[in-house]
Design a protein around this ligand. Sequence first.
Ligand SMILES: Cc1cc2nc3c(=O)[nH]c(=O)nc-3n(C[C@H](O)[C@H](O)[C@H](O)COP(=O)(O)OP(=O)(O)OC[C@H]3O[C@@H](n4cnc5c(N)ncnc54)[C@H](O)[C@@H]3O)c2cc1C
Length: 231
Amino acid sequence: MAGKKVLIIYAHQEPKSLNGSLKKVAVEELSKQGCTVTVSDLYAMNFEPRATRNDITGALSNPEVFRYGIETYEAYKKTALTSDILEEQRKVQEADLVIFQFPLYWFSVPAILKGWMDRVLCQGFAFDIPGFYDSGFLKGKLALLSLTTGGTAEMYTRAGVSGDFRYFLWPLQHGILHFCGFKVLAPQISFGIDVSSEEERKVMVASWAQRLKSIWKEEPIHCTPPWYFQE
Ligand SMILES: Cc1cc2nc3c(=O)[nH]c(=O)nc-3n(C[C@H](O)[C@H](O)[C@H](O)COP(=O)(O)OP(=O)(O)OC[C@H]3O[C@@H](n4cnc5c(N)ncnc54)[C@H](O)[C@@H]3O)c2cc1C
């Protein structure tokens, strides 16, 4: 939809990968709609995934005992976080929709993306206590996980060997995104990439592009335990 701002957090090393293709068609389709699309290409940026005291510029509030959560909370309030975190927070703040594009690593996100979440979504910026879940500071924004898996769709069913895919979405969609206030759109999961044919992968890329044509009409999921564990 013209005028909307989309941020794509992209975590793959190789532009010619399937993740690279999914990112590329998203940029093309959303740009065609008149959206402003920004991509944080984490590997290309050499994004620092480690949460360390280097994330705070200037004096620590307690130099004796380092507590990352407390120090980044205080630093956020004083605009004393390191510039790469501030830059990512600015991009998130401007976005109407944040798309995370990544391959599933160990039922989760690649470390570089987990590091982005650890460092960028800090207390004071993304949430406070109180000020989380529906009151999280990123409320009013949409988030969507677009991920690829090695395992097949059949493996990721309740009776399948890997269990329902919704189980591994719980910590990501609920524990991180919903906690920070995002409304979560249904995930886009491209299953079984490691055993797929080129034709099957082409269909997956095309169906993602097709879905994006009406993405702004979608209703968020009900991001509560029943969506993950009962339905
Ligand atoms: C550390 C690690 C942990 C993992 N943990 C898990 C796990 O817990 N669960 C699980 O299920 N999987 C897991 N995997 C597997 C991983 O999720 C998949 O290998 C990955 O999702 C595949 O996506 P890709 O983009 O890397 O594919 P690629 O291997 O880069 O691409 C697959 C093929 O698609 C081709 N391609 C690119 N663009 C197109 C296009 N437009 N049309 C057609 N073909 C195209 C490429 O040329 C390539 O041949 C893990 C992998 C690693 C390395």
